[in-house]
Design a protein around this ligand. Sequence first.
Ligand code: PLP
Ligand code: COI
Length: 362
Amino acid sequence: MIQIQPSTHPASAEERAQRMTNPGFGRIFTDHMVVVPYKEGEGWGKGVLKAYGPIEMDPAASVLHYGQAIFEGFKAYKQQDGSIATFRPEANSRRFNTSAARLAMPDLPEAIFLEAAKALITQDQAWVPGAVGESLYMRPLMIGTEAALGVRPSNEYLFILMASPSGAYFPAGVKPVTVWISDDYVRAAPGGTGFAKCAGNYAASLVAQHQAKGEGCDQVVWLDAVTRNYIEEMGGMNMFFVYQENGVTTIATPELTGTLLPGITRDSLLQLARELGYRAEERKITVDEWRAAIKSGRMTEVFACGTAAVITPVGHVKSKRGEWSINKGETGPVAARLREALLNLQHGLAPDTHGWMKKIVG
Ligand code: PLP
Ligand code: COI
């Protein structure tokens, strides 16, 4: 059971309303957080919901030196009927434990993950925005906290759950992005941590993202580390390529090879697409195929997907291998339809035939 210790200084209704105007992504946080400690030999200790604020750590804490840090991201949505529900949190709990195992960190029971979410969303329900496209972004985190400089797994950890009211991830909203195919950097290599949501993957991506910006692009596209031919992901999102052939619409996404993050949005779209009458495939896709299929007109759209931005169309591609545009740089009908279908489901505007929504409040 999580012990509830409400904040003595929650934001006033006016302050909250003011901070929730144009929240953007990950800039504001609710009044509370949940913290659960772990000690080797004792297991997970008593969880506490308390005022959001700084945490104290020994400067020798292992996370600060050797980077034992994993995180997750899922969202709570205001439903049509005023209740609040989260989207596939069990899938995030499973992926959290896959990441934990890769970084030699302890398994966090799903019951603790879900109870923490319920406690925090219930306590801070006034912070859940109401408009379609807005939500309360939940950020679970686990870090190694033992003060020890030997290179070995920490014997102490903290699980922390925080919540951040969010609107559009990209400042321009759902406008198509321009991408830079990275030939100089890779995100993940076979045997590495690509399939895990660990902090180090993101640290290693920043210089490539910076290079993309320097080339006038919004995001970087990652290629496989071995052949540098296969497309893997876009920044922190999975990718889909849309083909129109003989009246059949196919969406194809790079297959999960161990170097890609298995996105929950990706998995959901594969299922939704089939229900909408599209063919959906997981397979290898090369940069050459991308360029040729755009040129021949077989490929009509490209988009990226993830929890934070849902679906973001790709409008232009730049690289050392050439430049091309997709659908004249405009959002295409398949991306728009899938985005609407997913958002409708998440906000309770369409029936939840998969049992993906987990009601938390109301
Ligand atoms: N790929 C990477 C590298 C990510 O960080 C994310 C975000 O979580 C995704 C893909 C999309 O995953 P999901 O749809 O589960 O948010
Ligand atoms: C996503 O939700 O798509 C993300 O990549 C999250 C990001 C802020 C790490």
